[in-house]
Design a protein around this ligand. Structure first.
Ligand SMILES: [Zn+2]
Length: 164
């Protein structure tokens, strides 16, 4: 049966409902109290996506992507969704890792903790990244690494299934 409903956003629409009468009434109530019309729902999802991108970009120091403007626009969203989905422990470890690697002060502190020189620590960290780079593309660790380090919009797009 088709029903006229007024969504919670105030827009009107027609919904197709099945099932028992009481169930249909419950669904109509839901549409009217919390449901958004298809247009507002799309706008809401776009907003949520933009918020996620902003959150992730501000939290992690991610490379500026290269590619066509369309590729970049798409890849930025895929990257944010992927990073939000990966285990937090893993992405935080990488974040810390890159912070240490790019900050001589932090690098020196870490090296002192391990009783080695900054140069040795840097060499170890760089060797670790090389190793990550050589892992197969179906390896989860590699994908997390890739999402956080590649500047290729195309590479992110090619691996979008990891972010879905
Ligand atoms: Zn609406």
């Amino acid at each position: 049966m088709k029903y006229d409903v007024t969504y919670s956003c105030g827009h009107e629409g027609v919904v197709q409902l099945y099932g028992k009468g009481s169930e249909r009434e419950r669904k109509i109530e839901w549409y009217e109290s919390c449901g958004l019309c298809p247009e507002c729902y799309k706008a809401h999802m776009r907003e949520e996506e933009a918020k996620l991108v902003k959150d992730i970009e501000s939290k992690f120091d991610l490379p500026q992507l290269v590619g066509t403007p369309k590729q970049i626009e798409w890849a930025v969203k895929i990257r944010a969704k992927g990073i939000a989905r990966f285990p937090k422990q893993l992405t935080d470890d990488y974040k810390l890792f890159f912070e240490v690697l790019s900050d001589p002060q932090k690098l020196a502190e870490r090296a002192a903790e391990q009783e080695i020189t900054s140069d040795d620590l840097k060499a170890r960290m760089t060797a670790f990244l090389d190793q990550m780079d050589k892992l197969p593309t179906y390896d989860y660790e590699h994908i997390v690494y890739l999402f956080m380090t590649t500047n290729s919009a195309k590479t992110i797009i090619d691996n979008r299934s990891w972010a879905e």
